[in-house]
Design a protein around this ligand. Sequence first.
Ligand SMILES: *[C@@H]1O[C@H](CO)[C@@H](O)[C@H](O)[C@H]1NC(C)=O
Ligand SMILES: *[C@@H]1O[C@H](CO)[C@@H](O)[C@H](O)[C@H]1NC(C)=O
Ligand SMILES: *[C@@H]1O[C@H](CO)[C@@H](O)[C@H](O)[C@H]1NC(C)=O
Ligand SMILES: *[C@@H]1O[C@H](CO)[C@@H](O)[C@H](O)[C@H]1NC(C)=O
Ligand SMILES: *[C@@H]1O[C@H](CO)[C@@H](O)[C@H](O)[C@H]1NC(C)=O
Ligand SMILES: *[C@@H]1O[C@H](CO)[C@@H](O)[C@H](O)[C@H]1NC(C)=O
Length: 437
Amino acid sequence: MIPKIFLKLILLCFLNGLNHARTYQERVNLYEQLYNIEKEVNFDRVFDKVKDKTLTKYPVVLVPGYGGNQLHARLNKTDAPHYFCQLKTSGFFELWLNLQEITPYVIDCFIDNIRLEYNNETKTTKNRDGVETKVNDFGGTTTVEYLDESKYSVTIYFGAIVDALVKKLNYTRGVNVRGAPYDWRKSPNELTDYYKNFTKLIEETYEMNNNTKVMLVAHSMGNPVSLYWLNNFVSQAWKDKYLKNFVSLSAPWGGASKTMRLMASGDNIDIIVVKPISVRSYQRSAPSTAFLMPNDRFWTRDDILVTTPFRNYTVYDYEDFFNDIGYPLGNEMRKNTERLIYHFEPPNVESHFLYGTGLKTPESFTYLKPKDFPDSQPAVTYGDGDGTVNLKSLQGFKKWIGQTKYGIYNQEIPGAEHVATLKHPTTIEYIIQLMYN
Ligand SMILES: *[C@@H]1O[C@H](CO)[C@@H](O)[C@H](O)[C@H]1NC(C)=O
Ligand SMILES: *[C@@H]1O[C@H](CO)[C@@H](O)[C@H](O)[C@H]1NC(C)=O
Ligand SMILES: *[C@@H]1O[C@H](CO)[C@@H](O)[C@H](O)[C@H]1NC(C)=O
Ligand SMILES: *[C@@H]1O[C@H](CO)[C@@H](O)[C@H](O)[C@H]1NC(C)=O
Ligand SMILES: *[C@@H]1O[C@H](CO)[C@@H](O)[C@H](O)[C@H]1NC(C)=O
Ligand SMILES: *[C@@H]1O[C@H](CO)[C@@H](O)[C@H](O)[C@H]1NC(C)=O
């Protein structure tokens, strides 16, 4: 899900405007100035705890969430929303994330490039005409450590975890810490090729590391995406052979209320200068948004998600909800994605669930006046969670307790925001300790 920290990022971008760090190493260096992992994490304490244990450098494969890896695009379009939008590019450029494009008006060009089109016959999506996208560096970490490749290393994603493994445990990027980026606009039913490559990546990583079992580390939507693969693409014997464990960070197991507002009115991801309605057309078009809508195993008929002067909507009213917001295709996308992990089979591999709590998290939305629905922003009622995902969804793994012979462990991290969990000292300490037997 989209980081709440973007407003801060924009400010930092202005502050760092003169700092043109271009190469990967330069970005890493800039990041280190801004965020000093040595200061944040008490490594002496961690290593003290494990001093009588032996280190096994389990290779790590990182599975990002919604928005959690870079996407590149090449354009050959014939039309665009504004005269200043680029129509053609000679090569691929960074589509997500380029913070310079997240400004008023310019954002419309970006939205037109990143939005998908849904085919209600084939139940699949494609880029709009004239846009070609690709995911770079599958198996490497460059597209999952930082999101904005141009200048601003402040868009840290898996960077802190990778940094800790490399600096403190002598891991090597691309060898025993590897990324599995994908087109996160799509939901698991459209990721079959990715999943096949992912299985190969794990096998290859195991072999490259002297037949050492792999640790799977997923964030946010990367968790349901991984669960679908664990439940459908690999056998139990395969899992027992290749996987050491599954480390699940900030998982929206039952979805998140926030997606209701995204669908209805758009969500400016806390960037005040951007009108939510200007990003809505993209947000609605991604089947992964539909995949992350609250589901009826976690939300009941009593949980009102959206209220208007005319009626209330719960998880049982999606068809009406989509008709009433004027986006009936959304209901088709929802029907296509809602059953994917609905049966909620356990991962059947040793699992560790880490998640933030105690932050104001959107729970339901109220449109006070008839004319506000759906194009104006609603009033928000908050509940517990990590700021993005509701607590009951983060704790969805509890349904597996007693359902599997594989260990289920969890660590609540009070005050850890959805994305900030990735660089929280508790997360880093936890992962390091898992390397010691
Ligand atoms: C761009 O698209 C046009 C059709 O709109 C096509 O004729 C042309 O070959 C394309 N150019 C490239 C470089 O793909
Ligand atoms: C990492 O490498 C350094 C230098 O070779 C060595 O001193 C250190 O003990 C190694 N650390 C681990 C955890 O293997
Ligand atoms: C999977 O791997 C093949 C071979 O490397 C590549 O051509 C293809 O684009 C990959 N597909 C996805 C969805 O990653
Ligand atoms: C690979 O594993 C075998 C058996 O587990 C061990 O004896 C050997 O030292 C390992 N080799 C390396 C390079 O770690
Ligand atoms: C929505 O639900 C609330 C609480 O159950 C109820 O008081 C209200 O009348 C409902 N609104 C409509 C329009 O049905
Ligand atoms: C999508 O296709 C189905 C038939 O497969 C049809 O019943 C439905 O009305 C279509 N929905 C939209 C929004 O076009």
